[in-house]
Design a protein around this ligand. Structure first.
Ligand code: SAJ
Length: 456
C-alpha cells in the first residue's frame, strides 16, 4: 500500500531543510557528505572509526579528493558534523549508506558492513526517513537485505519509510568527473521511495538517471565495472597472443585505437588491481551461482587477469636467462607497487603478486614507489628504495609494475641493464638498457632495429 503521505519530506528536500546523514566516511562517503553540505544541506557524517570522526571535526580530510580547507569551512559554519554516536541517526531525514563491500577470504561477497549499517539504521528508524544504499553490491541486496531488516521494526517501506539504491560513481583522483557532473542512477523500492530519492539527488547532481527498480540500479553498476574487467582480460589475452606471434602489442593497441567508432581502448598490464574492478564482478558471479547460472565471461576474465603476474614473472625470468643469469640470487627492482599509476593504493595490486612470485624463485626483490613509502607483502614489511644510479646499477633487472608519471625513466633507461616493461612506461624508447615489452621483441641501443615489413 503506497503512502499518500511523505511526512513533508519532499518539501524539506526542496527547501534543503532535510537533514542528510551519510554512514561511512571513506573515499565515497566523505566526498558525498561534503558535497551535500556545500549544496546547502545540514549534514551529519557517521563512522565507526573515532580517528576519522575526530579528523573531520578537527577540520581535516583523510581523503585526497577533499581538501581539509573544505571540511574545516563546513564544520565551522555548522553545516557538517561527524559522530561515532549512531543514536543520532534518528535526527536525520535521509541516511545514505556508503560502506565497503569487499570479498571474503574465499572470494565470496562480504556484505557484513551493509548488514551492520542496516542494523544501526534499524535501531533508530523512524517514520518519514529515506534510506539510500550507495555501496556496490549484488542485485537484490536493497530489497532482500535492507528492506527486510528495516521492516523488522514493524514499519513498512513506501508507507512509513522510504528506500532506494543509487550506485556510487566516485573515481578517486579524477579531476574531470565529480559527484556533481557524473550522472547518478537512482532506483526506488516504490514510486514514493523513487520520487523522494530522485528529488534529493536532483539538488546535488546535474543529471539523475531514473531506473524502474533498485535491482536495475544495482546491476547497472556491476555492468559498468564488469565491462572493464572483461575488456582488460581481453586485451591481456591479446598481449599473450601478440607475444606468441612476435608482434608488438602496443603498436597493435595504438593502431586499433585510431578507429573512431566501435572500439574502446584498453591496455595490457601486469594484472588487475584495485578495490573495484577485481571485486565487483565477483558479487554478480556469486549471486548467479546461487541461481545455478555460471557467469562465464566474468570467470574467464578473472582467470586471464589473475594469470598476468605469473606471465610477467616468466618474462622476467626469460630476460635474465638471455643475459645468462638465473632468477635465483638475482636482484630485481620493481618500479611501483600501487595498483595503477599515480595513486598510493596497493589493494589487490598485481605488483605485490609479482614481488611474491619472484621471491619464491629466489630473487632478491626491492621496490621503488614515490607514492608508497612502505608496504606489507605476505606479512613482511618492505620500504621503497630511492631511485638512484646505484640502485639501478645493482639491479640485474628492473620491472615496471606501475607506470607512475613521477619516476625518472631517463635515469632508468641509462642506468638499468635490463628492463621488463609490462606497462609500456618507456613508450618504445631506446637506451642502454635491454627492454622487454609485455609482448613483442626486446629492444636496445645495442640491438639492430627490426627491418620494416616483417613481424619480429
Ligand atoms: N587496467 C589495465 N588496463 C586498462 C585499464 C585498467 O590493466 O586498460 C588495470 C589497472 O592498472 C588497475 C585495474 O585494471 O590495476 C583497475 O583499473 P581502473 O582503471 O579500472 O581503475 P579503478 O579500479 O580505480 O576503477 C575506478 C572505477 N570507478 C568506479 O567504480 C566508480 C571504474 O569504474 C572507473 O572506470 C575507473 O576508476 C577509471 O576509469 O579510472
Amino acid at each position: 500500500m503506497e503512502s499518500t503521505d511523505d511526512f513533508g519530506l519532499l518539501d524539506r528536500i526542496a527547501d534543503r531543510e532535510a537533514r542528510v546523514g551519510v554512514l561511512g566516511l571513506g573515499y565515497v562517503g566523505l566526498p558525498l557528505v561534503v558535497h551535500f553540505a556545500e549544496a546547502g544541506f545540514r549534514c551529519l557524517g557517521l563512522d565507526v572509526k573515532p580517528e576519522i570522526v575526530d579528523g573531520v571535526m578537527g577540520g581535516r580530510s583523510h581523503i585526497d579528493d577533499v581538501s581539509s580547507e573544505r571540511v574545516a569551512a563546513l564544520v565551522s559554519d555548522g553545516s557538517l558534523e561527524a559522530t561515532t554516536d549512531f543514536d543520532r541517526l534518528g535526527e536525520v531525514d535521509v541516511v545514505v549508506i556508503c560502506v565497503p563491500t569487499p570479498l571474503s577470504k574465499v572470494g565470496d561477497p562480504d556484505v557484513s558492513f551493509i548488514v551492520s549499517a542496516a542494523e544501526q539504521v534499524k535501531e533508530r528508524l523512524r517514520p518519514g526517513q529515506l534510506v539510500i544504499l550507495e555501496s556496490t553490491t549484488y542485485p537484490g541486496t536493497t530489497r532482500e537485505l535492507l528492506q527486510n531488516t528495516l521492516e523488522e521494526t514493524g514499519l513498512t517501506v513506501g508507507q512509513d519509510f522510504f528506500l532506494a539504491f543509487s550506485p556510487e560513481r566516485v573515481d578517486p583522483g579524477n579531476q574531470d568527473f565529480t559527484i556533481k557532473n557524473t550522472p547518478k542512477i537512482v532506483g526506488g523500492l516504490t514510486a514514493r521511495c523513487h520520487e523522494l530519492a530522485v528529488s534529493l539527488y536532483r539538488r546535488v547532481v546535474d543529471e539523475v538517471i531514473e531506473v524502474s527498480c533498485p535491482e536495475a540500479a544495482e546491476l547497472a553498476k556491476l555492468l559498468e565495472n564488469t565491462f572493464r574487467a572483461v575488456n582488460i582480460g581481453l586485451v591481456n589475452e591479446m598481449a599473450v597472443i601478440a607475444d606468441r606471434l612476435g608482434i608488438d602489442i602496443w603498436e597493435v593497441v595504438d593502431a586499433a585505437s585510431t578507429k573512431p567508432y566501435g572500439f574502446m581502448r584498453f591496455t595490457p598490464g601486469p594484472g588487475l588491481g584495485g578495490h573495484c574492478i577485481p571485486v565487483d564482478p565477483q558479487y554478480l558471479a556469486w549471486k548467479m551461482r546461487s541461481l545455478r547460472y555460471r557467469t562465464r565471461f566474468i570467470e574467464l576474465a578473472a582467470e586471464v587477469n589473475a594469470e598476468m603476474p605469473r606471465y610477467v614473472a616468466a618474462k622476467t625470468t626469460e630476460a635474465l636467462n638471455v643475459a645468462g643469469k638465473a632468477v635465483n640470487g638475482s636482484h630485481v627492482l620493481l618500479l611501483g607497487v600501487s595498483y595503477k599509476a599515480n595513486v598510493d593504493d596497493t589493494r589487490e595490486s598485481p605488483a605485490l603478486d609479482i614481488h611474491t612470485l619472484l621471491r619464491e624463485m629466489g630473487a632478491i626483490v626491492s621496490y621503488h614507489d614515490p607514492h608508497v613509502a612502505s608496504v606489507r607483502i605476505d606479512g613482511e614489511a618492505f620500504e621503497s628504495v630511492p631511485l638512484v644510479s646505484d640502485t639501478l646499477a645493482e639491479a640485474d633487472v628492473v620491472v615496471v609494475t606501475t607506470d607512475h608519471e613521477d619516476v625518472d625513466y631517463d635515469l632508468v633507461l641509462e642506468r638499468a641493464a635490463i628492463v621488463v616493461d609490462p606497462r609500456n612506461a618507456l613508450r618504445g624508447r631506446i637506451g642502454r638498457a635491454v627492454i622487454y615489452p609485455v609482448a613483442g621483441p626486446a629492444r636496445s641501443a645495442s640491438i639492430p632495429p627490426v627491418e620494416a615489413g616483417s613481424p619480429v
